[in-house]
Design a protein around this ligand. Structure first.
Ligand code: KIV
Ligand code: ZN
Length: 519
């Protein structure tokens, strides 16, 4: 049975609910990760990092990359210039209503400018110290200047959603007459609600003549995705979004959420290659340092991970029971983790995957022990499950490698260095390495000791999380390792006060699990 059938009830309801709506067939994606996203407190990207993200966005299929604010710095201009030389998407620079900002955008080789026009009373009178009637003229002058210099112009109404709609249409008219090709309705402080957004955008689209209306939503009240979608239903043809929803304060509408909702529920074509979403999300997470919450829709670690036994049992019978869309469609894979809610069917499946055969009685005993660990608040990894199963089966736990000892030093003038003594298949091996930090040096030393014996494993993911506060915080380390010989992937973890010990244990447990599968 195709997946769509499970969703058809919702899609039919939406079709009926939108019979009078102006839902377009296609929506343009204007990505502002490198401008509004970079305004996330604490984030500053180098030109090189911006270029890497821009190339990924281009491959993802966005229409416009707002690469920065050219007037801000030479670094910003260099980033925009390098991006413009590299990507196919339209490369845009933000500008204020001043000609010198347009000059900076030209100097940076931008294809277009995003002219920000404050429109609400508070922005116009207090921030700009202008009279509302002066704004359309000022905006038109800058837009004409940009058009005369060959730039595509998109204007957006800053604090548009707190602006009188008749006045806003006056500003839009002046901007369109001056040459703006797209006009934007901005929910700058994230206060809109979907019904109000729908009504406002409907009126604006009625008042505009064939010009693309863009929508820019912030997530202060958690409504950015819903508001962006409401605007599209009312006829907006472009959405401003950021990867992982990063941005000022609570962030912007998340690209992955808006795109997947429009594509999967409303059947609107966004041109985005959805299976690339996780890799772009991870790149942005790594380069900005803004961690994606595990429960984040689409790209969060847990978005397609199942813990409850009831859910796992249902999924093993039919995948549509507890998943909204097939994970592969958005580049993800289904994962089962074991904990206090685990059920026997998922434990049996995991054991089968590991090549461990058990009878009913043994399965019940393993199930009880997994629950016991879960009740103590422990995440039960594959390595833990293997150890439990081997104990229940009365087999000596197979540990192919063990760390006999290790030493790690670091300091202000000392390059982080580690030496590790491992026992591998009964004989001792020793290796040392430096690294960027103590964890890196220790793991590299371990890898070197194994490599000397012809054993190599690929680190797919490493995550460390302080579970408690303070310098004596307990840290949980999760690793995902891949055996290049068999293609097998395992997750393992360890929780310790010492992050180096936790990392080493997680690695060693994971490697033992991979070796057990290999052998
Ligand atoms: O939220 C907003 O209105 C903005 C403008 C500066 C474009 O980001
Ligand atoms: Zn914004």
């Amino acid at each position: 049975m195709p997946w769509g059938i499970a969703l058809s009830v919702v899609r039919d309801l939406l079709r009926e609910a939108n019979s009078d709506a102006r839902l377009p067939e296609e929506v343009r994606v204007f990505d502002t990760t490198l401008r509004d996203g970079e305004q996330t407190p604490g984030v500053a990207l180098t030109p090189e990092e911006k270029l890497r993200i821009a190339v990924a966005l281009d491959e993802l299929g966005v229409d416009v990359i707002e690469a920065g604010f050219a007037a801000a710095s030479e670094g910003e201009r260099e980033a925009i210039r390098r991006i413009a030389a590299e990507v196919d998407a339209e490369v845009c620079s933000m500008t204020r209503m001043v000609e010198s900002d347009v000059d900076a955008a030209l100097e940076a080789d931008a294809d277009s400018v995003h002219v920000v026009v404050p429109t609400s009373e508070v922005h116009v009178r207090k921030k700009l110290n202008m009279k509302p009637e002066e704004v359309p003229e000022r905006a038109a002058e800058v837009i004409e200047y940009a058009r005369d210099h060959g730039l595509v112009v998109e204007m957006s109404s800053e604090d548009g959603t707190r602006t009188d709609l008749d006045y806003l249409l006056e500003v839009f008219d002046a901007c369109v007459e001056a040459g703006a090709e797209r006009v934007g309705y901005n929910d700058t402080v994230g206060v809109m609600a979907p019904e109000a957004m729908y009504l406002a955008v409907s009126r604006l689209v009625d008042g505009l003549d064939g010009v693309v209306l863009s929508v820019h939503c912030h997530d202060d009240l958690g409504m950015a995705t819903a508001n962006s979608v409401a605007a599209v239903r009312a006829g907006a043809e472009q959405v401003h979004v950021t990867v992982n929803g990063i941005g000022e304060r609570a962030g912007n509408a998340a690209l992955e959420e808006v795109v997947v909702v429009l594509e999967e529920l409303y059947g609107v074509d966004t041109g985005i290659e959805m299976e690339r979403l996780p890799e772009v999300s991870k790149l942005v997470e790594r380069l900005t340092g803004v961690r994606v919450p595990p429960n984040k829709a689409i790209v969060g670690e847990n978005a397609f991970t199942h813990e409850s036994g009831i859910h796992a049992d249902g999924l093993l019978k039919d995948e549509r029971t507890y998943e909204p869309i097939p994970p592969e469609k958005v580049g993800r894979e289904r994962r089962f983790v074991l904990g206090k809610h685990a059920g026997t069917s998922v434990i049996r499946k995991k054991l089968e995957e590991m090549g461990i055969e058990v009878d009913e009685e043994q399965l019940v005993e393993i199930f009880k022990r997994v629950k016991r660990l879960g009740d103590r608040g422990k995440r039960v990894t594959e390595a833990d499950l293997r150890a439990i199963a081997e104990d229940v089966l009365g087999r000596p736990s197979e540990r192919f490698i063990d760390v006999e000892d290790f030493t790690t030093v670091t300091g202000k003038r000392t390059i982080p260095t580690a030496s590790v003594i491992v026992e591998l298949d009964g004989s001792r091996r020793e290796a040392a390495s430096t690294g960027v930090g103590p964890v890196d040096a220790t793991i590299k030393a371990l890898e070197r000791a194994l490599r000397d014996q012809g054993l190599e494993f690929e680190l797919v993911e490493y995550r460390a999380e302080a579970l408690t506060g303070g310098t004596d915080a307990i840290t949980h380390v999760d690793v995902k390792l891949r055996d290049p010989e068999t293609g097998e992937v395992v997750h393992s973890g360890s929780t310790r006060e010492d992050i180096v010990v936790a990392s080493l244990e997680a690695f060693v447990d994971g490697i033992n699990a991979l070796l057990a599968r290999r052998r």
